[in-house]
Ligand binder design. Structure first.
Ligand SMILES: Nc1ncnc2c1ncn2[C@@H]1O[C@H](COP(=O)(O)OP(=O)(O)OP(=O)(O)O)[C@@H](O)[C@H]1O
Length: 224
């Protein structure tokens, strides 16, 4: 499958946040998005998650076109937003079951539990409000994987997650891309993490500071 982004721009009022962005992502790719605060990384992910619309340009995911085939596209996309979105009074198990019911797939309890464990989350019967910030993020990640999306969009997914779990999650995501042939787009301000996970990086805002950082690390830069 291919994600094809063709000349997209995004405006908020008169403010241009994304300008004429074009690039392609293939199945199996993990693409990093970097750039300073306010550069437009989340805005791009929101567009790709169909939560917001680009002002110009076209986007295709496989044979489907954004704006025309939203329902089909939503089934193929998983999104972990920066803000944690969970039912705080329900347990981890109840949250997983709730989101499984909202999805288009049937997963057994064991499969749902395994997804949490893949994210190094070993709480199951605990109410979410008793979890740490990092554990909640792990749960958000597990939820985004319930419907086995072809395109996984992760907006700073590992903020607050301990180093061991970060490493385990990175290995899991690499396997998802390499073995299961999924596309992953990933934002982070942690260059080491970006370097260890991503095959190539897009520098939102064409910022020479970030481009130099990436060159110093011999990372492949996707220009647009
Ligand atoms: N709903 C909105 N209405 C108006 N302006 C917005 C809206 N969402 C984002 N913006 C503006 O768009 C710009 C890009 O924001 P965005 O959140 O995409 O940046 P980012 O690169 O993800 O930043 P960060 O690294 O801080 O997460 C910012 O100037 C922000 O204020």
């Amino acid at each position: 499958m291919q994600l094809q982004i063709d000349h997209i721009s995004k405006l908020f009022g008169k403010k241009k946040v994304l300008e004429n962005i074009s690039f392609e992502v293939q199945s199996g790719d993990i693409i990093g998005l970097v750039g300073e605060n306010g550069a437009g990384k989340s805005s791009l992910l929101h567009i790709l998650a169909t939560i917001s619309k680009a002002n110009t340009g076209t986007i295709r995911l496989g044979k489907w076109i954004y704006g025309k085939n939203r329902k089909q596209i939503r089934r193929l996309v998983g999104f972990v937003p920066q803000d944690i979105a969970l039912w705080e009074d329900m347990t981890v198990e109840e949250n997983m079951i709730f989101f499984e019911k909202l999805s288009w797939v049937n997963r057994s309890k064991q499969e749902l539990k395994q997804l949490c464990e893949d994210m190094a989350l070993f709480k199951w019967k605990e109410p979410v409000h008793t979890l740490s910030g990092g554990m909640k993020r792990k749960l958000n990640l597990a939820i985004s994987l319930i419907h086995d999306p072809e395109l996984l969009l992760l907006d700073e997914p590992t903020v607050g997650i301990d180093l061991r779990s970060k490493k385990e999650i990175a290995e899991y995501l690499k396997q998802k891309a390499q073995v299961d042939n999924k596309m992953i787009m990933y934002t982070s301000h942690d260059m080491e993490e970006i370097q260890s996970i991503c095959d190539a990086v897009i520098c939102i805002g064409n910022d020479p500071f970030y481009e130099n950082l990436l060159r110093e690390r011999n990372m492949k830069i996707i220009s647009f």
